[in-house]
Design a protein around this ligand. Structure first.
Ligand code: TPP
Ligand code: MG
Length: 311
């Protein structure tokens, strides 16, 4: 028997399930080679994107990483344009030239993603500096993984934002992994304590599978940034279900233990409410199939198009 749920739970559940089913379709399509770019799946991490974006307006801007399908969709990116981009078609959100790792939808404030670890963090800080100077009532979010906190530009960005009191939220999706190495094997510091040493107000969300808790905590973070006009740092504990890159599982690779996956999965609402999943599935699958048809039916970019906007 499933517990009764609130409307906000259902609404966020729908969005998280939509992202998971999109990525499960990508897994099914991948062996056929119609998607030629590498894919870094967010399965297991959807609640972070859904909870965080729930609290943002379309005026607010978000910069993400190569693992960005969830944030692109949660921020309101167009699903047809996402599939067309994965298929390398000219109707894609980057006209077929970016692939999975460089999605963008600036019309809804999803400002872009990059394959270079930590490289969009200073972009978020730059946008926050512009928002402050232009006196826009805007929040800027920079999303990155735990591995990005080892990069020099991450530290420069936190320091600059704190010093100049910029309206930016640093959002760390801590899945405890960078490719095949655990955080304990790489870091002799606690991410949140270290971030706090720059003078940023810090928030920690341990239940990163719970989209309602993420949304509630993010509302508080946003209130802090809007009222104090100072940046904030949020670390969300999360769990990547799939391999670092690609559609497969990697629990047999020996760098992590499958028991952690079972523990997390037992808390994951998308695994705990099968009736709700089945009630939403048909509508979502119909939308995904339409998007795939759109991608299939679109043309590849011309040679002229390929040479345009790339330098
Ligand atoms: C500057 C840079 N260094 C190294 C890499 C290779 N690399 C790709 S993903 C990755 C791990 C990043 O881990 P994390 O930031 O935790 O993100 P996650 O993949 O866990 O979402 C590394 C080292 C890169 N793409 N860019
Ligand atoms: Mg990581």
């Amino acid at each position: 028997m499933e517990k009764s749920v609130t409307n906000i739970f259902k609404q966020l559940f729908y969005q998280a399930l939509r992202i998971r089913l999109v990525e499960e379709h990508i897994i099914d399509l991948y062996p056929s080679d119609v998607i030629q770019s590498p894919v870094h799946l967010s399965i297991g991490q959807e609640a972070v994107a859904v909870g965080a974006c729930q609290t943002l307006t379309s005026q607010d801007l978000l910069f993400s990483t190569y693992r960005s399908h969830a944030f692109y969709l949660a921020k309101g990116g167009n699903l047809k344009e996402m599939f067309a981009e994965l298929y390398g078609k000219v109707t894609g959100c980057a006209r077929g030239k970016a692939g999975s790792m460089h999605l963008a939808a600036p019309d809804v404030g999803f400002m872009g993603a990059s394959a270079v670890v930590a490289s969009t963090i200073p972009h978020a800080v730059g946008a926050a500096l512009a928002a402050k100077r232009l006196k826009k009532n805007q929040i800027i979010v920079g999303v990155f993984g735990d591995g990005a906190t080892e990069e020099g530009v991450y530290h420069e960005s936190l320091n600059f934002a704190a010093l100049h009191r910029l309206p930016v939220i640093f959002l760390c999706e801590n899945n405890g992994l960078a490719v095949h190495s655990s955080r304990q094997a790489r870091q002799n510091f606690e991410i949140i304590e270290h971030a706090g040493s720059y003078g940023l107000k810090t928030f920690h969300i341990s239940e990163g599978y719970d989209f309602v808790k993420v949304a509630d905590a993010m509302s508080e973070v946003i209130r802090h940034v809007r009222t104090t006009h100072t940046p904030a740092f949020v670390e969300v504990q999360t769990f990547r279900y799939k391999e670092h890159v690609g559609p497969g599982d990697d629990f047999s690779c020996g760098y992590r233990n499958i028991s952690e996956f079972h523990n997390w999965k037992d808390l994951d609402p998308l695994m705990q409410y099968p009736n709700l999943v089945e009630s939403f599935r048909p509508r979502i699958v119909e939308e995904i199939e339409e998007a795939i048809q759109f991608a299939k039916g679109s043309a590849f970019p011309s040679i002229e198009e390929l040479l345009c906007d790339v330098v």
